[in-house]
Design a binder for this molecule. Sequence first.
Ligand code: HEM
Length: 507
Amino acid sequence: MICKCIIMKTNKYVQNKPALSKKESLSCSELIIRYYRRRHLWCSSTSFFFSGFFKQMFQYSEEFRNRSLLKMWVGPVPHLLLYHCDTVEVILSSSKLIDKSFLYTFVHPWLGTGLLTSTGDKWRTRRKMITPTFHFTILTDFLEVINEQANILVEKFKKHVDKEPFDCFLDITLCALDIICETAMGKNIGAQNNKDSEYVRAVYNMTDLIHQRQKTPWFWPDFLYALLQEGKQSDRALKILHSFTDKVIVEKANEMKNHQGSKGDFIDSCKSSESKKRRAFLDMLLNATDEEGNKLSYLDIREEVDTFMFEGHDTTAAGLNWSIYLLASYPEVQKKVHRELDEVFGDSDRPATMEDLKELRYLECVIKETLRLFPSVPFFARTLNQDCSIRGFKIPKGTNAIIFPYALHRDPNVFPDPEEFRPERFFLENSSGRHPYAYVPFSAGPRNCIGQRFALMEEKAVLAILLRHFWLETNQKREELVLAGDLILRPNNGIWIQVKRRRTHMG
Ligand code: HEM
């Protein structure tokens, strides 16, 4: 076994010492399916690095739930494993300990050093510039896109009504991909219907290659990787990804210039009702300025658009899939969601508004509880850029720390019967007073997920449309899901559901 675990003893000897003394022509759907299968092979047969690593991390965190810290060896690199609210808080609440671990460097060729991967002043300036991009008003515009794409998903689900169980994983993922493409870049790539987009293929190819590289230490040195077939594939995918984003940025910038030449502010004109143009994150990025009034360069913008593409669809797709699975497994919970939907929408088939979504409080608790049990990002890692102290242990600069929400969210002292799916845990009266770092699916503190509100809105809107149309059932047992905890937590065997039509008037 490559990963080894050492329990940090709380005796004086250990406390006074540094705690860690060392330092191609496939269609898109075929490609996506192959992508998931390959993961499955890795997970089930080789039990190597991250697949086995995730499983091992969880086993150790359960076995040593009452110990303060664990040290795990990931190949040649020691990692500190954190899964208690107070230990996680030390890292996440710090405005200094914001450097990502070396594993994120394999994402750099695609994302550069955008918001997810950058650090220091670059990250601080970017974060300030980009935060207004996720403003409520632009999210309201995005709801229209989400509703449209979710309706396409409904049409696909209708084909399965009263039929055999089917795996909905891919359908949901393509819907999330269409949503992020249109909201981030203003481009409708029609992935749900168009089975063969070169860009979509490149997204999946690249994501797959990044995962593989992270798992395989001999792929780590750049010079070696460049010589390998995988390195060459990665170069090809990068060219497609970057030239697509470059083209979209130039088109948008020209559009904006032409507009400014004729009608004044482009963003405002997008808002006006006579113009049917929709705003995208890209429009906001082209207009964003820092405190000195400097704009982002095209390259800076590409980093951020690519980051949204990478971070913004797999995560929400996983969250939606897990919610569907849990709702189908817990009919009592699903009935409550249906009741709430009926109260808000009655018999109408109108599209959901922001006000409607606000009313869907129980559905929100369902989404939160799903993200507790199945956090889309099951762990994430930092490299400490200065010494710190955790429960009396001195942790030296240079240590790699893994924050492990999957285990943190299963602390029975905070969430009794942790494996039970109980959305009521997130009712105000049940969650007030809970430790603020006990539940961190979107991370927490200064480096939390900037897309959190967008993600919750998307999940709520898509689930609301699906559940207004369908009753969901499943026979799949939890143990049949087979979890793959790489960068994103997924069911290796897909999500198998049966759908029944709920209402006749909704088509
Ligand atoms: C259910 C959906 C999502 C979950 C669970 C999630 C979770 C997370 C987590 C755990 C982090 C911290 C990662 C780390 O420290 O390495 C993060 C960061 C980030 N997320 Fe999300 N995310 C979701 C959706 C989105 C969406 C929809 C977007 C964009 C449209 C997005 C954009 C980002 C960005 C840019 C960062 C980096 C923020 C920074 O470091 O300042 N995420 N997300």
